[in-house]
Design a protein around this ligand. Structure first.
Ligand SMILES: Cc1cc2nc3c(=O)[nH]c(=O)nc-3n(C[C@H](O)[C@H](O)[C@H](O)COP(=O)(O)OP(=O)(O)OC[C@H]3O[C@@H](n4cnc5c(N)ncnc54)[C@H](O)[C@@H]3O)c2cc1C
Length: 399
């Protein structure tokens, strides 16, 4: 059976009835992210009726929308007021074959989707001012408000962001909006060795240049398709400030040698859209992994994988080397064990982002947690959803 409650009240009745019988429910907004995480089991619970912008006050920098409101519409509305979502949410559609522009705001918060600007602006969870939801007990809960507050009490936004619907069905989200930058320019440093290019990015990250994105594309990677490595650095802000910082940046990068190209306007924007959506690996045919490590370890990880027998088809670095996207030739186990062993040696974590449902059911999609953290995750899950009905199996086979 499939459920499509008309409003939050009806949703809470559907969930309470399912909880009473321990019947699992699969939450969908538009379904664009169904391919991320382990395949969950249960009857479909569509939140599509909970759509639409409830309030937008540009001067207060706040927007409230139903969970199934399309992100594309929200971004267009903000753009018409020269505002944006500063965490630059990834559009997962192209990577997962669901088509661009399908994602909803609830899905975005559920997976904590955050793009290249995360290094400067923070992740999706840092921009959620509040939300309404229905827990796995069928209770309607409201958390947070319309301003960032530093008061006592639990900041549940941090908990639900990235929980993949396993704690509660989000019904309404309150987001912080911010003025869009007046100018955006990207300096591309060409032709350095990969390790030197990454070192340059970390130098920039530590300098007072306020770079808003730092990525490295190895030679041949889409969308640039160059015959040499390209380290891309984005500067944003008022025109006069960007021009000054660009000059300072050129000076800082001089010792690294290599050529320099400047991209502005749409060429800069389209490059970062492509990197945000992981196009350099999305366009390849294979399993896709997203690995978080310390920025200084990104190169060591890729070097270790190249030295091993793993069939690495492509990769690129975001967040100055702290986020590594990898594509590996398909294999039943997605090469999870040897990849995780390499990641564990450096102290990061790897998430399998694109693979068949069979593979995602057979291997750990999310990096196994240390026992103390796993016990804490289980306790949190049980307090929100004691019958384990929401997105059963999505994060862990056992719940
Ligand atoms: C500048 C910078 C430096 C960083 N340095 C490091 C570093 O040194 N080491 C490092 O490991 N990371 C590093 N990171 C990555 C960052 O800390 C991680 O991305 C974050 O800790 C957890 O993932 P996330 O918030 O990005 O959520 P995502 O990776 O977007 O995942 C979404 C959600 O899935 C869930 N999830 C993820 N993994 C698991 C899991 N194993 N089990 C259950 N649920 C899971 C969580 O709820 C998570 O919020 C760095 C990031 C930045 C921006």
């Amino acid at each position: 059976m499939a459920f499509a409650p008309a409003d939050e009240q009806e949703l809470s009745q559907v969930v309470a009835a399912a909880a009473a019988e321990a019947r699992p429910l699969r939450i969908t907004g538009s379904g664009s992210k169904a391919g991320i995480g382990r395949p969950s089991i249960g009857e479909e619970l569509s939140l599509r009726a909970l759509s639409g912008v409830v309030l937008y006050e540009p001067e207060e920098l706040v927007l409230i929308a139903g969970a199934a409101t399309p992100i594309a519409g929200i971004e267009a509305l903000l753009a018409s007021h020269n505002q944006h979502l500063a965490f630059e949410p990834m559009d997962c559609g192209p990577l997962l074959g669901a088509g661009a522009g399908q994602g909803t705001v609830g899905g975005l918060v559920a997976v904590n989707a955050s793009g290249p600007r995360r290094i400067k602006a923070g992740a999706a969870r840092d921009h959620v001012l509040g939300f309404r939801c229905v827990t796995g007990r069928g209770e309607i809960v409201k958390s947070g408000g319309r301003v960032m507050k530093n008061v006592t009490g639990y900041d549940l936004s941090k908990l639900v962001a990235g929980s993949f619907g396993t704690l509660a069905a989000l019904t309404q989200i309150t987001l912080k909006t911010l003025p869009a930058p007046e100018t955006s320019q990207t300096l591309v440093l060409l032709g350095t060795e990969e390790q030197a290019g990454l070192l340059a990015l970390r130098k920039v990250s530590g300098a007072p240049l306020e770079a808003s994105a730092l990525a490295l594309l190895p030679k041949g990677a889409a969308p640039l398709d160059l015959g040499e490595n390209a380290a891309a650095i984005r500067l944003e802000g008022p025109e006069i400030s960007v021009a000054q910082r660009l000059e300072d940046l050129r000076g800082l990068l001089k010792p690294f040698g290599g050529g320099v190209e400047i991209l502005g306007g749409e060429s800069s924007a389209s490059l970062w859209r492509a990197l945000r959506d992981a196009e350099p690996v999305a366009s390849l045919d294979g399993h896709i992994w997203r690995v978080s490590v310390a920025p200084s370890d990104g190169f060591a990880l890729v070097s270790a994988l190249k030295e091993s027998a793993l069939p690495l088809l492509g990769y690129f670095y975001d967040w100055a080397g702290g986020l590594v996207w990898l594509c590996m030739a398909d294999a039943e186990d997605a090469h999870a064990k040897p990849l995780r062993a390499a990641v564990d040696r450096l102290g990061g974590h790897a998430t399998l982002i694109r693979a068949s449902a069979t593979t995602r059911a057979a291997v750990d999609v999310f990096h196994p947690q240390p026992p103390a953290l796993a016990a804490l995750s289980r306790r949190v899950k049980e307090s929100f959803d004691p019958a384990h009905i929401l997105e059963r199996g999505r994060l862990r086979a056992e719940f």
